[in-house]
Design a protein around this ligand. Structure first.
Ligand SMILES: N[C@@H](CCC(=O)N[C@@H](CS)C(=O)NCC(=O)O)C(=O)O
Length: 79
């Protein structure tokens, strides 16, 4: 199951959500703390605290950051 760590109102997260929807992919959505310091889970899976972060275990991705890289991965893998 794909997982997306995101923040409501985050335009970068929205781009990734749009791509997931466009490709008809189901995913588990995790809303993170607005304060970066408290994003322990995001930090542990991706090594940084920004969102969005995608987890795609079926393709060995434990925590991919950077919305452009996430969208590229989704297109390459699922389009
Ligand atoms: N270049 C990044 C930018 C991501 C970004 O700036 N995300 C914001 C939320 S919209 C964030 O997590 N900023 C760090 C913070 O909230 O402290 C991307 O495209 O994913």
């Amino acid at each position: 199951m794909l997982e997306l760590y995101r923040l409501p109102g985050c335009p970068y997260c929205r781009n990734v959500e749009r791509k997931l929807d466009e490709l008809g992919l189901e995913y588990e959505s995790h809303i993170v703390f607005p304060i970066r310091f408290f994003r322990f889970r995001v930090k542990s899976v991706s090594g940084q605290s920004g969102v969005p972060v995608l987890v795609d275990p079926a393709h060995g991705i434990e925590g991919l950051a950077e919305s452009d890289d996430i969208v590229a991965h989704l297109e390459r893998t699922y389009a």
